[in-house]
Design a protein around this ligand. Structure first.
Ligand SMILES: Cc1cc2nc3c(=O)[nH]c(=O)nc-3n(C[C@H](O)[C@H](O)[C@H](O)COP(=O)(O)OP(=O)(O)OC[C@H]3O[C@@H](n4cnc5c(N)ncnc54)[C@H](O)[C@@H]3O)c2cc1C
Length: 299
């Protein structure tokens, strides 16, 4: 859609913007138009404008769980990690905008003497992405503390406060996977009173555990979900795949479920490596691996 329409509709966007600059994996072709809205009103207005003009919309939070394909994303891509970052604490209730980074939310709530979101320190994405993925770590997950999410439903133009039960949260899944037109604007959490010092110490401990067990190279974290009763890292290692490479994407020798970008990795390399690992693990161990990372964009 390079006929000037996007320039006219979204004058403050960046055009033909390489998305590898915005993904944890450092992979991704160009967005036709990339917009970082300054407010919820800005965001809602841009999505309405896009719909009225038949422009497809894609949302990115922190870009920490997406594989953007090398052809990039057509239409409008909205990125929330740098905008919509307000957090409100009232008693033990916390409301956070979709763009708030989970580690920031962990620190903010701990400093306020509120327990329950310490696990979020290990998850580098945003509140919106965490609701979408029901993100979790250290045996806790978002659904245990989430009370509601304000969801903009582009097809009707309304904002609906959806309760936890309505979001269909399960292991790395929410109803949003089936509703690409729905966008999380804010989320509300119910936490427990706690001692700020103890909570901060727990966060520090979680971070130290992470530093030891994960590779220090660009990746999207866990590539595959846990198969029933097992761990993807264990089965990938057992299939002898640690260190396997396609192009510049490698099954990390540090943690086999992290596929790291050694510098010039492409989405096609990553997809080929994922395919190779999936097939080998199936053939050697009879275990079926399912992708945790969301693949978006054009080949
Ligand atoms: C080093 C590393 C470690 C990680 N560790 C963990 C971990 O321990 N536990 C874990 O669960 N995950 C982990 N992840 C994965 C990732 O951080 C989470 O899945 C996170 O919740 C994704 O958030 P995001 O904002 O980056 O989403 P993105 O990657 O930007 O997007 C993911 C999906 O969510 C959708 N989305 C994003 N924002 C919105 C919104 N506002 N409304 C509607 N849809 C939206 C996108 O369209 C996309 O489909 C890790 C990733 C990395 C790189």
């Amino acid at each position: 859609m390079h006929d000037g329409t996007l320039h006219r509709l979204f004058p403050s966007a960046k055009f033909d913007e390489p998305l590898r600059r915005y993904t944890a994996w450092k992979i991704g072709g160009p967005a036709d138009a990339l917009l970082e809205p300054k407010s919820v009103d800005d965001l809602v207005a841009a999505v309405r404008e896009a719909r009225e003009n038949g422009v497809p919309v894609t949302v990115l939070g922190g870009g920490t769980n997406v594989l953007v394909r090398d052809g990039g994303i057509r239409g409008l891509t909205i990125r929330l990690a740098k905008s919509l970052t307000n957090v409100e604490v009232e008693g033990t209730s916390v409301a956070a905008d979709a763009g708030v980074l989970y580690p920031v939310l962990a620190n903010t709530t701990a400093a306020s003497g509120l327990a329950g979101l310490e696990f979020a320190t290990g998850i580098p994405g945003t509140v919106g992405g965490a609701v979408y993925m029901n993100a979790g770590a250290y045996n806790s997950e978002t659904r245990e503390v989430l009370v509601w999410a304000d969801v903009f439903r582009a097809e009707t133009g309304e904002v609906v406060r959806m309760r936890n039960e309505e979001l269909d949260l399960s292991y790395r899944h929410s109803i949003l996977h089936e509703r690409p037109d729905w966008l999380v604007l804010r989320a509300g959490y119910a936490l427990e009173p706690g001692d700020a010092g103890t909570l901060k110490a727990r966060i520090k401990e979680f971070r130290a555990q992470r530093m030891n067990g994960s590779p220090n190279k660009p990746s999207c974290g866990s590539t595959f979900k846990r198969p029933p009763g097992d761990f993807p890292g264990r089965v990938i290692e057992a299939a002898g795949l640690k260190g396997t490479r396609v192009g510049d994407i490698e099954v990390s020798p540090v943690h086999a479920n992290y596929f790291v970008n050694l510098g010039g990795g492409t989405a096609e390399d990553a997809l080929e490596l994922m395919d190779l690992v999936r097939t080998t693990v199936r053939e050697k161990l009879g275990v079926e691996l399912e992708s945790e990372v969301r693949v978006i964009g054009e080949p």
